[in-house]
Design a binder for this molecule. Structure first.
Ligand code: 9UX
Length: 72
């Protein structure tokens, strides 16, 4: 099913790293859209819950080197 998750990504301050986070998330299966907002330290991801989980997306963000917490 279609789902969305909003993450707070701490320490994300430049657009190069925002691009890395977006790319890492979009590489996962089941991602419809990923948008990272550097100014607000947020990442909004639309995904298909039968292919990927919110937790898996959070891990992908952390693998790039940023601490991510789920907001909703
Ligand atoms: Mo970036 Mo970081 O490419 O303090 S958010 S360096």
């Amino acid at each position: 099913a279609e789902a969305k998750a909003l993450f707070s990504v701490s320490g994300l301050t430049c657009s190069a790293c925002a691009g890395s986070v977006e790319k890492a998330v979009k590489r996962l299966p089941g991602i419809r859209e990923a948008a990272v907002d550097v100014l607000n330290n947020k990442a909004l991801v639309h995904y298909y819950s039968n292919f990927v989980t919110e937790e898996r997306i959070r891990e992908a963000i952390e693998d790039v080197g940023f601490e991510a917490t789920t907001i909703k």
